[in-house]
Design a protein around this ligand. Structure first.
Ligand code: UD1
Length: 465
């Protein structure tokens, strides 16, 4: 088990930026959910599997995507980003600079763990590749052992030298791989490598997240032969080459959940548009258990995504009357309750009637937002992998600091219901994964404003000291 994958180190000047929320406003209105961060990152890495121009639609305009664009550009891919959420990645292997030890590339990989997953596709295409070892972030190291063991099982020689993971192979061969934990990143990585390996690969105990199914649809339309994506057992029959395609990224279920929870906890009435209802089932059911009214407007299928067809889009109508009821949550791999959503749900439970218990089974340091919530008056006790939250009657605004991406979103949502003003800093975390977060909340009636560094320096009166 590891720390939260949404972490990264802070960035100088941005520490000054802040969001100011004045609580007490019910959210009312509509919000359109952007494309999935985690899916788009996996698809970008997998675009390296084919020569030519891959076009991705519905790509979110967020920090992590721009880190990946920068990294792929520095490696020699031509990338074209349009303001319309369209990204073209042009891969010409003769232009790729795979041996670069540039400090900039190292920094980019260390900023974002997902970038490590370019290693396998590059190896499959070129027989040799290297990527800086991810990790070195502010709160500890992260393991990529499942990724490395999987590549080794497919016949690669993999070793670490000068902080880089170097992989070489004469020819990748299909293998029977067992993941000790259904890791999303390792499943994505090994799937997008196995499609070009010779023969059959089976990934046992694979992650079942909807983003894996999206990747499988993408690779299949490129010509890959994949069965079982979206289940615990994925079978891949390798092919010699793949062709570049155009693909629309699925909606971001974590962003959708954030707005659904925000609507409920403010006693509001919101329409969360552009969602795949199935991907949100654990969150929808937990919201209902806590007293929210959640209606799916449009199609709903079943919990496990069908990797063969593009899932249909729906909208969620979310409202809540009165106070939320306490509920217990266990954050677990899909189809369990998503670990990336539990911090945001906890913000609502902080003012629920009764005592809630949250158990985390994916990461071992995901509760750092709890101490910030305490500054706002929440009654939380964390012990190991469990947080006990005794709902209080009200939160009060305070100065808080985003500890990571989802913890940061949780604090903004807590600010929406707190009495008075809440100031949230360390916005670079939130910017990694939420497109136009403040604007979307503002459109639904939140009393929220973002101050950038220049505005803060120009207005010394806004000190909140
Ligand atoms: C992805 C998501 C992240 C989400 C997480 C779990 C992306 C870009 N990020 O992260 O938002 O919170 O899935 O749903 O898709 N592990 C190992 N060895 C490995 C790989 C993983 O021990 O080689 C451990 C990790 O340390 C962690 C657990 O497995 O404790 C799950 O990690 P994983 O599913 O791989 O998360 P990410 O893919 O990094």
């Amino acid at each position: 088990m590891e720390i939260n994958a949404d972490e990264t180190s802070s960035r100088g000047d941005q520490d000054l930026e802040k969001i100011l929320v004045t609580g007490g406003q019910r959210l009312d209105g509509e919000v359109r959910v952007s494309g999935s961060k985690n899916s788009a990152l996996a698809l970008m890495a997998a675009s390296l599997c084919a020569e030519g121009v891959t076009t991705l639609e519905n790509v979110p305009n967020i920090g992590d995507i721009h880190v990946m664009i920068e990294m792929m550009s520095k490696m020699g891919c031509a990338t074209r980003w349009s303001g319309e959420h369209r990204l073209e990645v042009e891969v010409d292997t003769s232009n790729l600079d795979l041996k670069s030890h540039s400090a900039e590339l190292v920094e980019l990989v260390q900023k974002m763990r997902a970038s490590f997953t370019i290693l396998g596709p590059l190896l499959a295409r070129l027989g040799e590749a290297q990527v800086a070892l991810p990790g070195g972030c502010a709160i500890g190291t992260r393991s990529v052992d499942f990724h490395i063991k999987g590549l080794q099982a497919m016949g690669a020689e993999v070793y670490v030298e000068h902080g880089f993971v170097i992989a070489k192979t004469e020819k990748l061969k299909g293998a029977h791989i067992f993941l000790d934990f259904p890791s999303v990143g390792a499943t994505n990585h090994l799937l997008s490598t196995a499609v070009l390996a010779e023969g059959k690969t089976i990934i046992e105990n694979a992650a079942q997240e909807p983003e894996i199914s999206d990747l499988a649809r993408f690779l299949s339309s490129m010509g890959a032969k994949i069965k079982g994506a979206g289940t615990h057992r994925i079978e891949v029959e390798g092919v010699k080459r793949l062709k570049p395609v155009r693909h629309a990224v699925i909606p971001d279920r974590i962003e959708a959940a954030t707005y659904a929870i925000a609507g409920a906890m403010t006693g509001g009435n919101v329409l969360v548009k552009n969602v795949v209802a199935d991907h949100l089932l654990p969150v929808i059911l937990k919201l209902r258990e806590s007293g929210a009214r959640v209606e799916v407007e449009g199609p709903t299928l079943r919990l496990v995504d069908n990797a063969r067809t593009t899932p249909p889009l729906s909208a969620l109508r979310v409202s809540m009357e009165g106070r939320a009821r306490a509920v217990n949550l266990t954050a677990a791999p899909h189809p369990g309750f998503p670990t990336d959503t539990h911090p945001v749900f906890a913000a609502m439970l902080a003012v629920a009637e009764g005592t809630s218990v949250i158990t985390e089974t994916v990461y071992d340091r995901r509760f750092r937002y709890c101490s910030e919530l305490q500054r706002m008056g929440a009654n939380t006790r964390v012990s190991g992998q469990t947080a006990v939250i005794d709902g209080v009657d009200r939160l009060t605004g305070a100065q808080v600091s985003a500890p990571d991406l989802r913890g940061g979103a949780a604090l903004v949502l807590a600010g929406l219901i707190a009495q008075g003003e809440t100031e949230i800093t360390q916005l670079q975390y939130i910017d990694r994964g939420y497109e136009a977060f403040v604007q979307k909340l503002l459109n639904m009636g939140a009393n929220i404003e973002r101050f950038d560094t220049a505005a803060i320096l120009a207005r010394p009166a806004l000190s909140f000291a």
